[in-house]
Design a protein around this ligand. Structure first.
Ligand SMILES: [Zn+2]
Length: 217
């Protein structure tokens, strides 16, 4: 047992995506890690409500947080924390363009028509994801709302995985830069380890003061 490194999958499919403008990101989050964790938690909740909305199996959809130009991908590192990596899986350490984009995509080659109805219901999805997380009985986040939470996250008082995901969704609900369709042929790169890539989980590094200090915008 150890780190699993499998080659990326390439899938031509259809998707919808959400993004926040850079000034919103910097206003709402102290650092990139917070924004990344917030997007990961929001992605998990959107995945859950989207599958329900179109009466699909959760495995019919996938989600990923990535750079809008494919310059980097958000994946777990060996400690289980979200990390920005390039296409080869090498970690990136600041300096690169940071435009986290939440893709929710049809998990079949060519798509089977799930993305378009989801795009039409984008505002409803955001609203439902907000309710899913806010109404969850957990305190800092849990697999039922934002995905698995590390033990270190459970002792956080502020900026929990739950609060970060709610912040992203709240901003998306107010932003005119909301969802976009991506119905042209799109390459989605996702690590094909099903149990991890289908559950991009929120990771909180804000409790780690060194990380918060070392990870500016
Ligand atoms: Zn929860």
């Amino acid at each position: 047992y150890g780190p699993v490194n499998l080659p990326d999958q390439e899938l031509h499919t259809t998707a919808l995506w959400w993004q926040l403008p850079p000034d919103h990101l910097q206003r709402c989050f102290a650092n990139r890690q917070q924004a990344l964790d917030g997007f990961a938690g929001a992605a998990q909740a959107l995945h859950t409500v989207a599958a329900l909305a179109v009466m699909a199996e959760p495995s019919d959809l996938r989600h990923v947080v990535t750079d809008s130009d494919g310059g980097w991908f958000a994946r777990r590192d060996e400690r289980g924390r979200m990390q920005v990596q390039d296409a080869d899986g090498s970690p990136l350490h600041g300096g690169e363009r940071f435009a986290p984009t939440l893709y929710l995509y049809d998990n079949y080659p060519g798509g089977v028509g799930l993305s378009e109805p989801l795009f039409d219901r984008q505002h409803e999805l955001i609203a439902n994801a907000l309710v899913l997380i806010a109404a969850c009985d957990c305190v800092v986040g849990c697999p039922a709302c934002v995905g698995p939470v590390l033990a270190a996250d459970e002792s956080c008082d502020d900026d929990t995985p739950k609060s970060l995901a709610l912040r992203v969704l709240d901003e998306l609900s107010q932003s005119s830069h909301g969802a976009g369709p991506r119905n042209d042929s799109m390459d989605v790169m996702a690590t094909p380890t099903a149990e991890t890539s289908s559950q991009v989980s929120p990771r909180d590094m804000f409790c780690d003061s060194r990380t918060a200090t070392d990870d500016p915008w």
